[in-house]
Design a protein around this ligand. Structure first.
Ligand code: TTP
Length: 716
């Protein structure tokens, strides 16, 4: 018997807007002569006409499906127009589709909180707009209801008696007897219809929408009537909608939890879940998951629409099917470099335009072993703190790959292979950057310095000459990387990468996935691990990241300079000088430095810091230099240009190897920031800043307090 609980009293008005055959519409806007014709967008490779990734509704009428290749589509619909997806770096270039999606988001966000869920999907919380309309301008008071609103599909509205459907919808919208929640939905109908018309007017794109009291129901509804229509789920129709819905169709139930529900509990539809008391579900799946299941069976979901117009993560991936599988380390490295270059470009443009930085780099791959007794084994996804700069991302991604490969094929397997085929193949590779957060206002000055420059300046390739495949493969298992649960979304086909980048891959969604199939006890530990990783990653990546972007920007800038070089340099110096005096970025960087601690065992930052403090490594990840009092990150000696991060920019090598002294002045460091640090590390920092005063020998002691402060074993 279901546990008697009150119905949800959720009175929000939530819409899920999904673009219709989105890539096709984008291509048709570019080539208007294709409008109205059966059209499909195909993957860039030519094999059998390329794989279809988007199919117009005209083509669908002929039986053309996304699973087909171009040649098959031609067979069922000879007149089909096949448009190649744009290509860059040997892979699909989705930038045009991304910015088309942004155009839509900017329109939809005018009426309420807006969450960009993927390249072509958006959630809207229209509750306030609906409440205001109901109070000031209710539907009943309108002289005319828009045609588009009258075309809405209202679940549960009986249209089978031969009556005029639009008239039924009008009556439903105008019902005086409706309860408050239905009245709000009626307002939602009008608002969403208006927004969709506005999208069409401004972008020429059509979209469909679901309107309900929560995200889950809105998402289920948006795909029910496509293209260019909207579907409404009044609360009285929720049971009817869910009862027969196959359980695995529910968001988050497509994977292991869904399978367990089917096989272990005999639950095939969402309605089947209703028979289980909450306690029973909790007993089987843990408290949170049990309650979540109990709720979704009743259409209850409190998930908020996040106010997020920008993607939650960035990713770049490519599949290598059949004979194209990558079988040697150099081949993998070549493609990783391409993917990382694209990722880096997008990260830098995000930093430049939105002042946001990502903090976690993740590598996903799919692989096979040819002589495999253990074919179920998945290539482990690996993550590490993200360092900005194409070369650094490439280096880190390659290291992650090698760590994954070592785990996948075993230490000895790796050892015996080099550049030669060794019985494994990579069928998909992707890199993603997640944990994207706005940079604190003080540090914006760094990015501001380059504001207005082309973001392509950030993408210049740097040589990756400091990675030795074999050597890295033989490293002891990974202090620099930590494994993640394989993301189910990593299995989503490319190039709909934005759907995994924004929707899924990164930890937030991994967390959601884990919620589904882990017991709560397991969940709490894995979550706290992930969250620690986030906070702890932030400051080193900020320090190294900003400078690295700027380094690339500058490298490119300099290579572009010919006769204007002198002028550029003098303006550059002038600007830099001015900024040094004006900007006070330092305190906010230190703010981060102090707010993200302590480092976990195995984090590269803690390792680096510890090594540095112990005087065992030439690399200094973060430090306050005594000479020039600089807060700096240096790369490995002789491998990359040394960089100095400052409040106004970065330092660089002059051609003669002399490093331009451009770093933090101790005068710019707000002493109160140091004062706010725990007393035990204040001395340490002061010793770095004034080594002669504080540490006459200028030697670094083993086990000094700052490393202890960041040590994993330290109890806060
Ligand atoms: P979808 O929203 O899944 O589909 P769609 O917009 O083409 O069609 P519909 O009207 O049925 O919603 O995907 C959005 C875009 O993402 C799609 O136009 C192309 C791209 N895409 C891929 O590249 N690969 C994929 O596997 C999928 C599903 C989509």
């Amino acid at each position: 018997m279901p546990v008697a609980k009150p119905e949800s009293s959720d009175s929000r008005v939530i819409a899920h807007v999904d673009m219709d055959c989105f890539y096709v519409q984008v291509e048709q806007r570019k080539q208007p002569q294709l409008r109205g014709l059966p059209t499909a967008v195909v993957q860039y490779n030519e094999w059998k006409g390329g794989a279809l990734i988007a199919v117009s509704y005209e083509a669908r009428k002929f039986g053309v499906k996304r699973s087909m290749r171009g040649a098959e589509a031609k067979e069922v619909c000879p007149q089909i127009q096949l448009v190649q997806v744009p290509v860059a770096r040997g892979k699909a270039d989705l930038n045009g589709y991304r910015s088309a999606g942004s155009e839509v988001v900017s329109i939809l966000s005018r009426r309420g909180r807006c969450e960009r869920a993927s390249i072509d999907e958006v959630y809207l919380d229209l509750t306030d707009a609906a409440e205001t309309m109901l109070a000031e301008n209710p539907p009943q008071s309108l002289e005319k209801i828009d045609e588009e609103a009258l075309k809405s599909h209202i679940l549960g509205l009986n249209n089978e008696d031969g009556s005029d459907i639009k008239e039924n919808v009008r009556n439903w919208i105008n019902r005086h007897s409706a309860d408050h929640r239905d009245k709000l939905l009626a307002c939602g109908i009008l608002i969403v219809a208006e927004l969709r018309m506005q999208v069409l007017k401004e972008t020429e794109f059509t979209c469909s929408a679901g309107i309900a009291h929560n995200k889950m129901l809105a998402k289920l509804a948006s795909g029910m009537n496509k293209p260019s229509q909207q579907t409404v789920v009044p609360s009285s129709s929720v049971n009817g909608l869910l009862n027969t819905l196959p359980i695995r169709k529910m968001k988050q139930l497509g994977g292991k939890l869904g399978i367990s529900l089917q096989t272990d509990m005999g639950v095939n539809t969402v309605g089947d879940l209703l028979q289980f008391p909450e306690e029973k579900l909790q007993e089987r799946y843990g408290v949170n998951t049990g309650t979540w299941l109990w709720n979704i069976a009743r259409g209850i979901s409190g998930e908020a629409v996040e106010g997020r117009l920008l993607p939650k993560s960035h990713g770049s991936g490519k599949t290598f099917t059949g004979p194209r599988a990558l079988k040697t380390v150099p081949a993998v490295q070549h493609w990783l470099n391409q993917l990382c270059e694209e990722l880096s470009e997008r990260l830098c443009s995000d930093l430049d335009q939105n002042k946001r930085m990502a903090h976690t780099l993740t590598l996903h791959a799919r692989a096979y072993k040819s002589s495999d007794s253990d074919s179920q084994k998945k290539f482990p996804s690996k993550s590490c703190p993200l360092r900005y700069g194409t070369a650094k991302i490439q280096e880190d991604a390659f290291n992650l790959f090698q760590a994954g490969l070592r785990e996948y094929i075993g230490f000895y397997g790796v050892k015996t292979q080099g550049n030669h085929y060794s019985g494994w193949g990579i069928t998909s590779l992707s890199v993603s950057a997640s944990k994207i957060v706005p940079i604190p206002s003080g540090t914006c000055s760094i990015a501001k310095y380059f504001h207005g420059q082309s973001t392509s300046h950030f993408s210049s390739m740097q040589p990756l000459d400091n990675v030795n495949g074999e050597a890295m493969l033989l490293l002891p298992p990974g202090s620099e990387c930590y494994s993640e649960v394989n993301s189910p979304k990593a299995e989503v086909d490319f190039p709909k990468e934005e759907s995994w980048t924004e929707d899924t891959v990164p930890e937030l969604d991994l967390q959601e996935q884990k919620v589904n199939f882990l017991k709560d006890e397991d969940l709490s530990s894995s979550l706290s691990k992930t969250q620690d990783g986030f906070t702890q990653d932030i400051s080193p990546s900020l320090l190294s990241g900003t400078e690295a972007c700027l380094e690339q920007s500058q490298n490119k800038q300099e290579s572009d300079i010919t006769k204007d070089e002198g002028q550029f340099k003098s303006e550059y110096n002038k600007e830099r000088k001015g900024k040094r005096v004006k900007d006070k970025g330092t305190p906010s960087i230190l703010e981060l430095f102090k707010s993200y601690n302590p480092y976990p065992f195995g984090s590269s930052f803690s390792q680096e810091l510890k090594k540095t403090a112990e005087g065992t490594d030439a690399r200094l990840t973060i430090g306050l230099e005594s000479k020039g009092h600089s807060l700096a990150e240096q790369s490995e000696v002789g491998k990359e240009k040394p960089m100095h991060c400052s409040s106004s920019g970065y330092g660089r090598d002059e051609g003669d190897g002399r490093r331009e002294a451009w770093s933090y002045s101790i005068d710019e460091i707000d002493p109160s920031v140091i004062d706010e640090l725990p007393p035990e590390i204040q001395d340490e920092i002061k010793a770095w800043v004034h080594p002669h005063k504080w540490r006459p020998n200028n030697t670094v002691r083993r086990g000094c307090k700052i490393s202890h402060y960041f040590s994993p074993t330290k109890k806060s």
